[in-house]
Write a protein that binds this ligand. Structure first.
Ligand code: NAD
Ligand code: ZN
Ligand code: ZN
Length: 340
């Protein structure tokens, strides 16, 4: 099988031929059909974060494909079944977080494409209990971006407790943001979409955003305050300054949900405004298996649209550059060819 491998941080990925991996007990081998390029994969390949993966590794946590081989003891999945292999590759199932519905906070978790090889490959291994069945009628190319971009933004809106009649600011309309806009609309909110390219703002409008804010020329905080301020601001732009900008547009009692992970990111917050305004800042990391099941269910019901550009895995390095230049409409999804 072929795989795109990070051999050293900051170096181009290398396409390698590797032997098919053998599933151990509790694992399955998946023949990958589609694999999304999340901005997190770029952070991984660059070694951007304090906790780093160990090269060589295969990135990718939006891999979707067909179960090809069952490891010992796997009884609830069948060969030929379509599954998605998300960032939460496995968790302990026993700690307070796992037991209280917060498995995404488990300290023992292993992350796909980071702590173990991921979906930029023709075949991959998955822990069967964390491989998410994809409902019939959801194409692998739609399922891939939903597996991280979808579940992450769906969860961020849940964490913000968004209700109808609220104003939600979505800062960054990329892979994550184009789905965030849609989940906020499904929740009944008025949506202000913020970005720095005309294409992303046009896309946000097409997906139902009510207010468009061009952060290149508009003062984000001022525009949001003109509408009374945001009840929730979902920070998805890979830019520190964008966090402070959208924070300044919160209304009293509003919540900033931090999702993007710019390298070495820190945010300075005004204490006075935070105290008197009773605002909160919340970190939000992906979503649980149940969240992902809900995301797939919404898509199968025709409630969301996934915007993707399908490319071969061999284009991985140009594709990463295109994401960094902001030239991708929403999500790049690699075609691993298994569906043909
Ligand atoms: P992306 O590159 O597809 O999208 C980023 C968007 O931000 C682009 O549309 C870009 O034009 C826009 N942008 C850049 N500067 C801006 C600014 N100043 N103001 C407004 N918009 C601006 O990236 P993505 O795949 O959507 O990922 C976004 C971030 O979220 C990454 O840092 C990624 O690692 C992180 N992430 C976090 C989680 C989590 O669980 N917390 C999950 C997935 C991804
Ligand atoms: Zn991701
Ligand atoms: Zn745990």
């Amino acid at each position: 099988m072929k795989a795109a491998v990070v051999r050293a941080f900051g170096e181009p990925l290398v396409i390698e031929e590797r032997p098919d991996p053998e599933p151990g007990p509790g694992q399955v081998r998946v023949r990958v059909e589609a694999s999304g390029l999340c901005h997190t994969d770029i952070h991984a390949a660059h070694g951007d974060w304090p906790v780093k993966p160990s090269p060589p590794f295969v990135p990718g946590h939006e891999g979707v494909g067909l179960v090809e081989k069952l490891g010992e003891g796997v009884t609830h999945l069948a060969v030929g079944q379509r599954v998605a292999v998300p960032w939460l590759g496995t968790a302990c199932g026993r700690c307070e977080h796992c037991l209280s519905g917060w498995e995404t906070l488990c300290e023992q978790q292993v992350n796909t494409g980071y702590g173990c090889d991921g979906g930029y490959a023709g075949k991959m291994l998955a822990r069967a209990d964390f491989a998410q069945p994809v409902p019939d009628g959801v194409s692998p190319f739609d399922a891939a971006p939903l597996t991280c971009a979808g579940v992450t933004t769906y969860k961020a809106l849940k964490v913000a407790g968004v209700r109808p009649a609220q104003l939600v600011a979505v800062s960054g309309v990329g892979g994550l943001g184009h789905l965030a806009v849609q989940y906020a609309k499904i929740a009944g909110a008025t949506v202000a979409a913020i970005d720095v390219t005309d294409e992303k703002l046009d896309l946000a409008a097409e997906l139902g955003a009510d207010i468009l804010v061009d952060a290149r020329k508009d003062d984000v905080g001022e525009v949001l305050k003109r509408y009374g301020g945001a009840h929730a601001a979902i920070a998805l732009a890979v830019d520190e300054a964008a966090f402070s900008a959208v924070h300044s547009g919160l209304r009293r009692g509003g919540k900033l949900v931090m999702v993007a992970l710019p390298a070495h990111g820190t945010v300075r917050l005004p204490i006075f405004d935070t105290v008197l305004g009773g605002t909160s800042v919340i970190g939000s990391i992906v979503g649980t298996r149940q969240d992902l099941a809900e995301v797939f269910q919404l898509h199968a019901a025709g409630r969301t649209r996934v915007i993707h550009e399908i490319r071969p895995l061999e284009s991985v390095n140009e594709s990463i550059e295109a994401v960094l230049r902001g030239e991708v409409k929403a999500r790049i999804v690699f075609d691993l060819g298994a569906h043909r």
